[in-house]
Design a protein. Structure first.
Length: 185
């Protein structure tokens, strides 16, 4: 088996495993949500940091907002909960970007060829900022956008603005709305 076919096979296998994990989590969504919130209530800020990091590292249907809301509802300090969620999300985002930056370009070129890679890179150069901003501000799975930003060499300053800053604003808004709903504002 030549290298290109092997890489395609591995890519498809990994993609199928990610989809299977996503479907599994969706199927047991309420159980996972209950367990995550129990983990936060039991272990506090450490659970918030770990859960938020995992949620922004692995493609799955939960966003760190679940942990943010759970921590605030549990009565933990809002500012420390917010700090833990933002820190974990930023670290996970930077790791995703870096992995894409280091390993993605060669993998994409080897699997799909230089022509397709350049075509996709040009599209990302045109629409990447808006797409990344939308992913950072909405509940769509955010992780792949960090990888793609690294793969297509988005400038680090643009990544910081369109992903990291937008993500921080999203979590701050989520904390504010949670406090508002709970009647603490």
């Amino acid at each position: 088996m030549d290298y290109r076919r092997l890489m395609k096979f591995l890519s498809i296998t990994i993609a199928l495993l990610i989809v299977a994990l996503f479907v599994f989590v969706l199927f047991f969504f309420s159980t996972f949500k209950t367990e995550i919130l129990a983990f936060v209530e039991t272990h506090g800020y450490t659970a918030i940091l770990i859960s938020s990091f995992i949620m922004d590292t692995v493609v799955q249907p939960f966003a760190p907002d679940v942990v943010l809301i759970g921590g605030i509802v549990s009565g933990l300090n809002v500012y420390l909960v917010l700090l833990a969620v933002i820190a974990a999300s930023l670290i996970a985002s930077i790791i995703g970007y870096t992995l894409g930056y280091i390993y993605g370009e060669v993998g994409i070129e080897n699997i799909y060829g230089k022509t397709k890679y350049e075509k996709w890179k040009n599209k990302f150069a045109k629409y990447g900022k808006v797409t990344l901003l939308a992913a950072a501000l909405t509940p769509v799975p955010y992780v792949p956008f960090c990888w793609v930003s690294g793969i297509f060499r988005m400038k680090k300053v643009n990544f910081a603005i369109y992903a990291l800053l937008a993500r921080t604003i999203r979590f701050m808004a989520g904390a504010y709305l949670t406090l508002l709903v709970l009647g603490r504002i």
